[in-house]
Design a protein around this ligand. Structure first.
Ligand SMILES: [Zn+2]
Length: 428
């Protein structure tokens, strides 16, 4: 089998292992990968906080103490409702050069390409100067503490690494005639809060005697729906704009400048210029005939890397103005970044130049979060999200976590070439 045929076959088999999280059951995927890698002579170990939810770590030990590189991925997937799909989401069918199934893009395709890169290098007898590590982590999609968050804490020696590549970016975008491959080196901070509005409960048959907290919350929710914050340029967006536009406009003009070049550029940049808020959940009365004395609205909020909780709360309060409400931040997670530059960045830029002369790699920040965060936080790892993809980014964005997810085989080939290039350059 050619390496590409191996990636395709392994991806099909991985899709057939249902790792919908919850409950995950990633051990079955970890064992499939272990069997494949061990037959190529790669040493593997499973690490599990719960026996059904194993993380796989495989390693090609280095010759010396050069830089180590991890190919990081996750083996769990989100729910798929077969009724919405044109094909069985867990059959892994290969149709017209595309592998169909839940996880094809997010991210069993990269899992399979990473495993085949390991196997290919091991069979060649390749050894880097530092270790080459492959991690297929559990529980990325929910993050209940069975995957990377747990692994860096419980088994740091197994996953400590100088560099890592993971999901997050890599998409080829054409913006105003320029071809860019995005490489994410930073993530926003997840910092959701609860907006609590108080009133006074009462019988719904006599609304006038009560003070309806739900009604009082409504204008605040509407106001949050229009939230705007002062734009700021983080270093990753500054570099992205420099590659895209040749120079960097002031923060206040950045969105207009990106939009003027192409609407897609505007879409990409918009969530990265400031914190964002999105009300997603509300809870008031449990009874139809009881006027609620309390309304709680959960608001998804994403801060720029480096932005403080105080700054974020002050911005929301200033936006809402005075009133009978409380804000409570319920979490703060993510927001780490890696420097732009160094051996991994060199590997990304040389790869892009080789693959498509004239195209350029561009630094980026992901609006959501990935497992790269845990490596950066625990070990100061230089962790990038880069798995190159030549699909239309608007098509792939529609398929991820949605129906009819599928990946072109030629994309897996590009990804495999990248991972081999990364290993050979970073661990040289
Ligand atoms: Zn993912």
């Amino acid at each position: 089998m050619t390496p590409l045929a191996e990636v395709t076959d392994l991806l099909q088999r991985l899709i057939r292992v249902d790792t919908t999280n919850p409950p995950g059951n990633e051990t079955a995927a970890a064992e499939l990968l272990r069997d494949y890698l061990e037959s190529a002579g790669v040493e593997c170990r499973l690490y599990a906080r719960d026996p059904s939810r194993a993380n796989l770590v495989a390693r090609i030990p280095g010759r010396g103490d050069g830089s180590s590189l991890a190919m990081l991925s996750h083996s769990d997937v989100v729910l798929a409702d077969p009724a919405e799909w044109a094909r069985d989401p867990f059959a892994g069918e290969l149709v017209d050069g595309e592998v169909w199934g839940r996880g094809a893009l997010d991210m069993k395709g990269e899992v399979a390409a990473s495993a085949v890169a390991m196997a290919t290098l091991a069979r060649e007898g390749w050894r880097g100067s530092g270790d080459l590590i492959f991690v297929a982590a559990a529980d990325e999609e929910v993050g209940d503490g069975y995957g990377m968050r747990w692994l860096v804490d419980a088994h740091p020696a197994a996953v400590r690494t100088d560099f890592s590549v993971n999901e997050g970016s890599g998409e080829r975008v054409e913006l105003g005639g320029r071809v860019l491959y995005l490489c994410s080196m930073a993530e926003k901070i997840g910092s959701p809060f609860v907006l609590r509005v108080h009133g006074r409960s009462g019988h719904a048959s006599m609304p006038a005697i009560a003070d309806n907290a739900l009604v009082k919350a409504a204008p605040l929710v509407a106001r949050l729906g229009e939230f705007e914050a002062e734009p700021q340029l983080i270093p990753e967006v500054e570099e992205f704009l420099r590659v895209l536009l040749g120079d960097v406009p002031p923060a206040a003009d950045a969105l207009a400048a990106a939009n003027a070049l192409s609407p897609l550029a505007g879409e990409l940049v918009a969530p990265l210029l400031s914190m964002t808020v999105a009300p997603t959940r509300a809870r008031a009365s449990d009874k139809r005939n009881v006027i609620p004395g309390l309304c709680e609205v959960t608001v998804d909020r994403r801060l720029l890397p480096g932005q403080s909780a105080e700054e974020a709360d002050a911005a929301v309060r200033a936006w809402l103005g005075d009133g009978e409400y409380e804000l409570e931040t319920i979490q703060r997670e993510g927001g780490t970044r890696s420097p732009i530059g160094g051996p991994l960045w060199d590997a990304v830029t040389t790869f892009v130049e080789q693959e498509e002369p004239g195209a350029r790699a561009a630094p980026f920040c992901v609006a959501g979060g990935t497992d790269s965060h845990w490596l950066r936080q625990a070990f100061g790892t230089v962790a990038y999200g880069f798995f190159p993809a030549r699909m239309d980014p608007e098509v792939s964005a529609r398929l991820i976590h949605s129906a009819n997810e599928r990946v072109p085989v030629e994309n897996l080939d590009l990804g495999l070439r990248w991972l081999l290039h990364a290993a050979r350059s970073v661990c040289a």
